[in-house]
Design a protein around this ligand. Sequence first.
Ligand SMILES: Cc1cc2nc3c(=O)[nH]c(=O)nc-3n(C[C@H](O)[C@H](O)[C@H](O)COP(=O)(O)OP(=O)(O)OC[C@H]3O[C@@H](n4cnc5c(N)ncnc54)[C@H](O)[C@@H]3O)c2cc1C
Length: 410
Amino acid sequence: MENFDTLIIGGGPAGLMAAVRASSLGQKVAIAEKNHSLGEKLLISGRGRCNFTNAESDIDAFISRYGDNGKFLYSAFSRFGPLRTREWFSHIGVKYIEERGKRIFPEEGGSQRVLDALLMQCRKNGVKVMRSTPVKALKVKSGHIDRVITEGDEYTADKYIIATGGKSYPKTGSTGDGYEFARQAGHTITPLYPALVPIRTRETWPKLASGCDLRNVRLTVILDGKEIDDRFGEMEFTNFGISGPIVMELSSHVPDWEGELQFSLDLKPSLTHGILIERVKRDIAKHSGHGRFHGLVRSLVPAKMVSLILELSDIPHDKPVEYISEEEIFEFVKLLKDIRMNINGLWGWNNAMVTRGGVSLKEVDPSTMRSKLCDNLYFAGEVLDLNGPSGGFNLQVCWSTGYIAGSVNE
Ligand SMILES: Cc1cc2nc3c(=O)[nH]c(=O)nc-3n(C[C@H](O)[C@H](O)[C@H](O)COP(=O)(O)OP(=O)(O)OC[C@H]3O[C@@H](n4cnc5c(N)ncnc54)[C@H](O)[C@@H]3O)c2cc1C
């Protein structure tokens, strides 16, 4: 039975970072990866461009993006935070650029460049990469991992790191196995939900505007008739509901909102009702005698939204604009500023970028990532109960916790 100093289960970003760190400290390290290739999810991150961290320099602001659980990251960030991550990647050959929203991407080569750089470090440091090696179980004996069982073999190590990711995009290999391993070691798994995922609406009309990208719109969350949250930015309609950055961000909170949940879309958040009414009246006056309602709609919303607005409005499509009444103008403006949708739930794991929930942080030491229940077990990455919005926040969890888990404790 082969023995290692550190055995890492899972060759995604967190596992690779842990492997590079441990091997750079002279450890004999192995990665057991169930797929033939490593980092499959990393390769599709940021649509293959890999938004690998964020340049937000205020650490409190950075950490607040993970919600209450973010506090767990203070210790890891003080040793290997976002700035150090950028410098470290730069040092191993991944030069970076900053884009809108302080998102950091490799200057060239995208996700492949990040993966190649990590694999190169593993090779240089002699990490044993065991591909097509699914771990089946951990043998646990009185608070200690005794060995790891794969399909045909068993391995022992002084230290084991679970870096198996979450449950989202299972075709990349992240099928939630790590939660089972953690349970075998006595850990609690907090409830798991798909997060950063499109949202389903009860209404079927979103498909009329499917593929329409909306910018500078506001989505307000209404729970049991009360406005409780909102987001400003970009979203899109899909065949089954809504998607896009502000929708994905809100999706992570949907499981908390029990009750009658509605979203209200304001297509013109920078204009008050009054100003928008004036604008519509001006348009009507300009086209009086030769304009129809559908033309007025076209002048106010993106082309792909026209059919949807015509469907939702009570005004006949070909009504001459000069016959549109004051009351109809009022109702039309109300519609542009409050398109109401009843929320039916989230899309499933196949479409979620991350998992909300995971190994309970109460049972993990934040300064080492060591289990408080098993003396030689560590965790890194998405398997932990940590998730953030899009913008490089989720990969940053992998780099920071992977680095700490791979470190040798003094
Ligand atoms: C489409 C998409 C785009 C994304 N874009 C971004 C982005 O731009 N920026 C960002 O910050 N985040 C992004 N994310 C999230 C980010 O990719 C994940 O948070 C990150 O990959 C998690 O890394 P991980 O190492 O914890 O787990 P994973 O990347 O899931 O890796 C886990 C590895 O463990 C292996 N494994 C699982 N079970 C076993 C087992 N039993 N035995 C052996 N191996 C096993 C898996 O095969 C896998 O290789 C995106 C996610 C998706 C789905």
